[in-house]
Design a protein around this ligand. Sequence first.
Ligand SMILES: [Fe+2]
Length: 281
Amino acid sequence: MRPTGAALGADVEGVDLANLTDAEFAVIHQAWLDHMVLRLRNQHIDDAAHVALGRRFGELDFNPGTRLTGKVYVEGFPEIVKISNIVENGKPVGELGAGEADWHSDMCFIETPPSASLLRSLEIPPEGGDTSWMNMEAAYAGLPEELKRAVVGRSIKHDAVYVSSGRQRPGTVAPASGDIRDIAGAVHPIVRTHPLTGRKSLYLGKRHNAYVMGMEVAESERLLDALWAHALGGDFTWTQHWRVGDMMIWDNRCTMHQRGAFDSGARRLLHRVVVKGQKPA
Ligand SMILES: [Fe+2]
């Protein structure tokens, strides 16, 4: 185990995910709770091993695309979503494309967002496309008193209809009013307590169309802007420069992540599974 030295993250070395013992998994699970993000390099495992590893963390969930449309990316493995910009025969093989992916926690807009995400790289562009993670326990701990008081007992509604680029998710209904307060989405506390560690973190989900329940829209925007400025302005992050064969395992309950842009002509392909979480509390 080698911590990154940054606000979160550690490298796990000397294990082969294709032949993982229970004792090794116990170490990985504890390291995941301790460091929030784990990187395991040179893990050239197949989809079956990827799904099996995910299941050791708990029951797997389906990604939003599969939930809403039934679209399966990998034959025989409906839990796997392809994250890719690659287009074959005129059709994208995966989700997300080549643009920048804004800071978010995976699937914050559902009632029970995932506990763990497990992402493995199959094709990586020569440059760009780095992924950064943010330690939201440190972000919460570092909140100025005024903001800490402002979020007590408050909840955010997380837009389930639109992705951050503004595109509407297939199978969702846009609000007729156009009012941010009328967009469908899950409501979660701004400060959540980790069910296993008991530690508190800031749960912002994503910025786009977020709304603090019970506030005027302008007031909600001001509070969210202040919270995001605090989170983005602090020293709470660590950045992963991908290589093929990397397996990243992170805790969605206490982190956010973001991906930088890369050349749309370069190929990038990753497979992801997510583990079902509980309702944030
Ligand atoms: Fe994500």
